[in-house]
Design a protein around this ligand. Sequence first.
Ligand code: ZN
Length: 166
Amino acid sequence: MRAEKDSVVSFHYSVRDAADAAAEPFDDSRKRGEPMLALLGHGQLVAGVEKALAGREPGEKFEFDVPPAEGYGNYEEGLLQRVPKKYFRDPQRLKPGMTTVLQTRDGGQRMVTVRKVGMSSIDVDHNHPLAGKTLHFDVEVTAVRAAVPEELQHGHAHPAGGHAHA
Ligand code: ZN
């Protein structure tokens, strides 16, 4: 079947900076082994990837570019923050350019990029690491199926054998 809203699509992908054809991919599902699994039409994927997958069938291979507005947003100035080292799990390990998880005051977690490491604090950037970049995707669709009711209820795809989350 063809991918459409409420389909679950399995696909392999790699993604790199569209401005640099020789760049190392930011992410490559083949290196992780399993294809990505996603429910279409429920905001599980960035808009540009949803759009590119619509109407595709298993076996199709294609490449496309996703601009920031349909990807991870524009890079916003003013999202830098100086944070005491105690809020980081492993501050000694951190270097500029690395991404890490920051514990927030309300007990949540947030992915940030390290910009500067000081004596007692670390400057982090709250922009998504891929914000402001046009991304080049290389995709191969491996399977398409209709979502089961539970997946539609949750708004995301479940791997074969049911889901293992609360
Ligand atoms: Zn679920």
